[in-house]
Structure formats: C-alpha cells, structure tokens
Design a protein around this ligand. Structure first.
Ligand code: MLT
Length: 265
C-alpha cells in the first residue's frame, strides 16, 4: 500500500492507493477517516485500483472551509482524481456520509461514474430535528473536540455482536474518532444538515448499483436502503447479518465478498 500525501488546491491530502485495474474510490463515513477501510485495501486491491482518501479535514488531510457539504466533498473527489491522473470512470463506494457524497458525485460528475456502491446510507435529507442535532454536534465539537463523539458513537455505530465479540474494532473506532479535529467535525456536521434530498433522482441512476445494509444498523435502518434498491433501476440489495452501521469494519469478509462479486459482474 502507498499512502501518498499530495496537494489539491494547495491543501494537503492523504490517500491510500493499492492495486491495479479499474479504479474503486472508497469514501469514508463521519466522523472517521480512511482507516475505516483498512480491512478492504488488500482484498479489494487484488481486483481493482483502490483509492481511499482522508476527506478534507479528517485523518491527515487539511480542512479548506468551515462548512463542508456533501457537494463540496464530491467536487474535492473529482479534483483528487484529476490530480492522480485517473482518466477513466470509477466505482464510487461510499458509507453513510460517504454515500451522501457518492450521490452528489454521481449528480455533479456523471461522466466520472462507472458504478455505485451505497453502504449504510440514505437518499433522504435531514428532518428539522436532525438539523438541530447537527448544530449541537458542531457547537460541541468546536468547544470540546471529538471527546463526546469518541465516547458515545462506537456503541451507536456497531451491532451487539461487534460490541460483545470484537473489542479490537470497538477500540479502533473510538481512537479513530478521537483523532478527528473539532473544526472538521463541525464543518461536516453543518454540511450534512444542508444536503439535498435525492429520492426523486434515484430513478435516473442508470449505472449498476450495489446497496449494502446491516440488519442491526440502528442509525440507518435497512428499510431506508431497501427503498433505494427498489427505486434505482439496476440495483442489487444485500443485507449483512449481525452488522451495525459499519460492515466494512464489523464484517469485513462478508463485505469484501459482496463488493468483489459486484466488481466481477
Ligand atoms: C456516518 O456514519 O457517516 C454518519 O452516521 C452519517 C450521518 O450522521 O448522517
């Protein structure tokens, strides 16, 4: 694996790149970084050129603005691909916030999309109550950094099976969240609150799509994803058993098999 540090519009960006062949762009969730995909790099790198950046503000990448919407991250990804001289359409695989970004990427840069993988995400926008919570999360992160999220989120993000039987994942998760800077958490949180509702655009997705849900995901229930799979014309829907919101970390073997089968279709 090569972790590269490059500059995109004068800002530092860290990106893991492994493998050869058709490009597969992995887009992590909130409030995490590219380490979320560490169990995907080698297995998926055997079948594709995997490109896994830290989104601006997260991990080792610099934050450019005080609010980052999914559309802003999507435009960043297109600039990143250009900087990396990736000249063919990519498979975009986004988890949760990464899925909101994948939807924007498809809408704003359709010629760059070969296929889409949506993991534990949804096409709906935030309710007024969710928007209020985003503002509170942003205020709290600006004042206290990632402390409260690192304490509270790991249990919300994972299944009871993971919590009881996979202490390593629980520890990785809380230390990864604790590493994220407060201003970056605030920027992403306020940005997600502004995101568009994509439900009416889903029937226009003409490329193949894989939709991965977890049967124990309490943050984004399976029903949201089932709705996406019904409306997107060429979608395959899979449910990973005993997974919460983070199947790439919680059930990496099952997740990787589903993605490899999709890539090989
Ligand atoms: C994520 O995992 O990216 C977040 O749960 C997304 C969200 O807060 O809507």
């Amino acid at each position: 694996m090569a972790t590269k540090t490059i500059s995109v519009h004068g800002k530092r960006v860290a990106v893991d790149i492994i493998g050869e062949g058709r490009p597969l762009l992995l887009v992590h969730g909130f409030p995490m970084d590219a380490r979320m995909w560490s169990k995907q790099l080698e297995p998926l790198g055997a079948a594709a050129k995997v490109i896994s950046p830290d989104l601006p503000g997260f991990g080792e990448s610099e934050l450019p603005n005080s609010v980052m919407t999914p559309a802003n991250y999507a435009d960043f990804l297109s600039d990143l691909l250009e900087s990396l001289e990736i000249n063919e359409a990519v498979t975009v695989c986004g988890l949760s916030m990464g899925g909101y970004i994948a939807l924007e990427f498809w809408k704003r840069h359709p010629s760059l999309v070969n296929s889409l993988i949506f993991c534990h995400t949804k096409a709906t926008s935030d309710t007024p109550e969710a928007i209020e919570n985003r503002k509170k999360t942003a205020d709290n992160a600006r004042r206290k950094g990632a402390e409260d999220l690192a304490r509270d989120m790991p249990v919300k993000l994972t299944s009871p099976d993971t919590q009881q039987n996979n202490i390593e994942v629980m520890e990785q998760l809380s230390s990864m969240i604790a590493d994220q800077p407060g201003p970056s958490i605030a920027a992403a949180s306020l940005g997600m609150a502004q995101r568009a509702n994509f439900v009416s655009f889903l029937p226009d997705i003409a490329v193949p799509a894989l939709i991965i849900a977890g049967d124990k995901d309490t943050l984004i229930p399976m029903t949201e994803m089932e709705m996406m799979a019904k409306v997107i014309p060429h979608a395959k829907f899979v449910v990973i058993k005993n997974s919460g919101h983070l199947s790439p970390m919680e059930k990496p073997n099952e997740f990787n098999q589903d993605v490899l089968a999709f890539l090989a279709r």
